[in-house]
Design a protein around this ligand. Structure first.
Ligand SMILES: Cc1ncc(C[n+]2csc(CCOP(=O)(O)OP(=O)(O)O)c2C)c(N)n1
Length: 665
């Protein structure tokens, strides 16, 4: 495209961004105005996309890591033919609009990931590029059915955030040559000049990560073009293109300052800016010429997709079975999976059970990609059939993330967003804090990612309070749309994996023990039990005429069962409820919940070696909770449970008091 045409497109993006932000009376004009030139070149000349089918599998991905610059993305999507009208642009930041404050995948066609928390977008992009390389390694033949680039724009803020270090280091290590990032180097953040807090040598940093680094004037079309060409030509390294830009480009009084970062320019300054840029003094103005230019680019999308469809036909003709697998994977469809069932009586940590489940299911699920943040032998996350992903083994299905929990969380989000892979990743439960924001983003986006969190309580013993989670269950249960699964034995672990894999609407955690737990004998059929367990909370065992309910999750179910035996000795009649997942239990019908926790039974004790916060709503005002309201300690497991009172004897003692003080019902 001619440079002159690109300039018209870029200035249109500037105009739309200024106007939408002014109308909403909030938003961030600096980034869209600064990066408009780079965006115009990328979208007009390089990005492969089909706005008629934003989900076309082999499209290039574009990730705006600095989500505050959302008006850049919305302007692009509108101009380049996506289903985003001018009315939508005018509704920027309004209730139920398709143009929310920060880009959200569920609201706007063409948005590849929800961004806003700085640093995570670029890490998502790393995950996307990694997924692309895995699928290319696994499925490409003479027909390269997976062959696309991942582009990202990031700013000073993204680079300052630690998660970008974690993810970009791994991207360089794995030689992700099809990842191309533009660094909007404008030397401005909210507080002012980057001189205040950011004097890293970004070039040297990325070179040290084994990236190719280029540096250009981000307002010079020839330089932008050349840099993208060079980036695409380097297939062995990701590329960072440092684009020197002026924040708020075009605004005579505000460009280059932090005043243009995050507030509307103001009506008068918009007039001056439009004058300076040579665009008409009209609100939300797009010339016919600009629409023609961008729509022409957009119209090429269908033929690009058509070309790919032809490739796919040839692929099918060459190997129908491989084609079947590839299409199922692309559609994120799981095959029918056989899950293992464990015989009662053996003692096994749920982390070990999880490892055994993985050994059984991993060979059955082509899309499954495992990994751990350097705790593979402790998390039991690597199945025997899995091989390590590397530049030499792109088809590998196990990723050694290194000690980079947050990076890992944001990378698996990118993988799930890319599609074609079902990622799971492990670390110690206590370090779920390190990746918490990425878990939150997975929940917000509704991504199927699975966390394998082992060493789930003081039950891990001697490593002490630094490694013993206390508040983590309560804290994760507070995240909407996250399903937490804390199985009580090997069989519940098997069910938990099934639930996590079948949950396509959001992330799931498997919260697993280090210590061995008895595999409990079940009354009735295996299938019936699995159906029960899948309800999140269910009656594990009970005495006829029970008048006390013990509710527990994970390793504490064993304590509940023991307490029941003790109480039975006093002729007390007890029901034990295993609550693997409060979230799943809460979604059951009221009738079912009342059946499990009948309202007339007010003697209730919840037992969980963790903060009691989650349990008040289940035990009611007359109930008790045996939990932990302090940090743990370094000692053998039995000593810890004993000293913190998380024992069957203590539960039984509390129950006995209840019989004395509660009126018999
Ligand atoms: C994790 C996180 N911390 C803080 C913020 C708030 N925030 C939004 S933009 C921004 C400054 C970003 O500076 P830069 O990346 O240089 O963007 P530019 O000023 O160029 O638009 C901050 C601190 C955020 N969005 N995410």
């Amino acid at each position: 495209m001619k440079n002159d045409s690109l300039k018209k497109i870029a200035n249109t993006i500037r105009g739309l961004s200024m106007d939408a932000i002014q109308k909403a009376n909030s938003g961030h004009p600096g980034l869209p105005m600064g990066m408009a030139d780079v965006a115009a070149v990328l979208f007009s000349e390089y990005l492969n996309f089909n706005p008629k089918n934003p989900q076309w599998f082999d499209r290039d991905r574009f990730v705006l890591s600095g989500g505050h610059g959302s008006m850049l993305l919305y302007s692009l999507l509108h101009l380049y033919g996506y289903d985003l009208s001018m009315d939508d642009i005018k509704e920027f930041r309004q209730w139920h609009s398709k143009t929310p404050g920060h880009p959200e995948i569920k609201d706007t066609p063409g948005v590849e990931t929800t961004t806003g928390p700085l640093g995570q977008g670029i890490a998502n992009a790393v995950g996307m590029a990694m997924a692309e390389s895995i699928l290319a390694g696994k499925y490409n033949t003479a027909e390269e059915v997976v062959n696309h680039f991942t582009y990202s724009m990031l700013g000073d803020g993204d680079l300052q955030e630690g998660v970008s270090h974690e993810a970009c280091a791994l991207a360089g290590h794995h030689k992700l040559g099809k990842l191309i990032a533009f660094y909007d180097s404008n030397a401005i953040t909210i507080d002012g000049s980057t001189e205040l807090s950011f004097t890293d040598n970004t070039r040297m940093r990325f070179e040290a990560y084994h990236w190719q680094v280029l540096e250009i004037n981000g307002h010079n079309y020839d330089e932008i073009r050349l840099a993208i060409k060079e980036a695409k030509a380097e297939t062995n390294k990701p590329t960072l293109i440092i684009t020197k830009t002026i924040i708020g480009f075009g605004s005579p009084n505000k460009q280059g300052t932090h005043n243009v970062h995050g507030s509307p320019l103001g009506k008068d300054e918009i007039v001056l800016t439009k004058e300076a840029l040579g665009i008409p003094q009209k609100d939300f103005y797009v010339s016919e010429e600009v629409y023609q230019l961008t729509h022409k680019v957009a119209s090429q999308g269908s033929s690009k997709e058509e070309e790919w469809n032809n490739k796919l036909k040839a692929y099918k003709a060459a190997d129908a079975a491989k084609y079947e697998e590839f299409t199922a994977v692309m559609e994120n469809k799981l095959p029918k999976i056989e899950y293992p069932f464990f015989e009662a009586g053996t003692k096994m940590a749920t982390r070990s059970a999880s490892g055994k489940v993985l050994n059984a299911i991993a060979p059955q699920i082509p899309a499954l990609i495992g990994g751990s943040a350097d705790l593979t032998p402790s998390n039991n996350t690597r199945a025997e059939s899995q091989t390590a992903y590397s530049p030499e083994n792109r088809g590998g299905n196990y990723i050694h993330y290194g000690i980079r929990e947050f990076g890992m969380g944001a990378i698996i989000n990118g993988m799930a967003l890319h599609g074609g892979v079902v990622p799971y990743a492990g670390t110690f439960f206590v370090f779920s804090d390190y990746m918490r924001s990425s878990i939150r983003m997975a929940a917000l986006m509704g991504l199927r990612v699975i966390y394998v969190f082992t060493h789930d309580s003081i039950g891990l013993g001697e490593d002490g309070p630094t490694h013993q989670p206390v508040e983590h269950l309560a804290s994760l249960r507070a995240i909407p749309n996250l399903t937490n699964l804390r199985p009580m034995d090997a069989n519940e672990t098997s069910v938990a994996w099934k639930l996590a894999l079948e949950n396509t609407k959001g992330p799931s955690t498997l919260i697993l023990t280090r210590q061995g737990l008895e595999t409990v004998a079940r009354d009735g059929e295996k299938v019936a039990y699995c159906t029960e367990a899948a309800k999140g909370g269910y009656v594990l065992t009970e005495d006829k005429g029970f008048d006390l309910i013990l509710i527990a999750s994970g390793s504490e179910v064993e304590i509940a069962l023991h307490a029941k035996r003790l109480l039975n000795e006093n002729n007390r009649k007890v029901r034990v409820v295993s609550m693997m997942s409060t979230e799943l239990f809460d979604t059951q019908t009221e009738a079912y919940r009342n059946q499990v926790l009948p309202s007339n039974i007010t003697r209730r004790i919840a037992i969980e070696a963790a903060s009691p916060m989650s349990w008040y709503k289940y035990v009611g005002l007359k109930g008790e909770i045996v939990g932990l309201e302090r940090f743990g300690a370094s000692a053998p497991i039995d000593i810890l449970y004993e000293n913190f009172g998380i024992t069957a004897e203590n539960v039984a003692a509390i129950a006995r008091k209840m019989y004395v003080f509660h009126h018999e019902e």
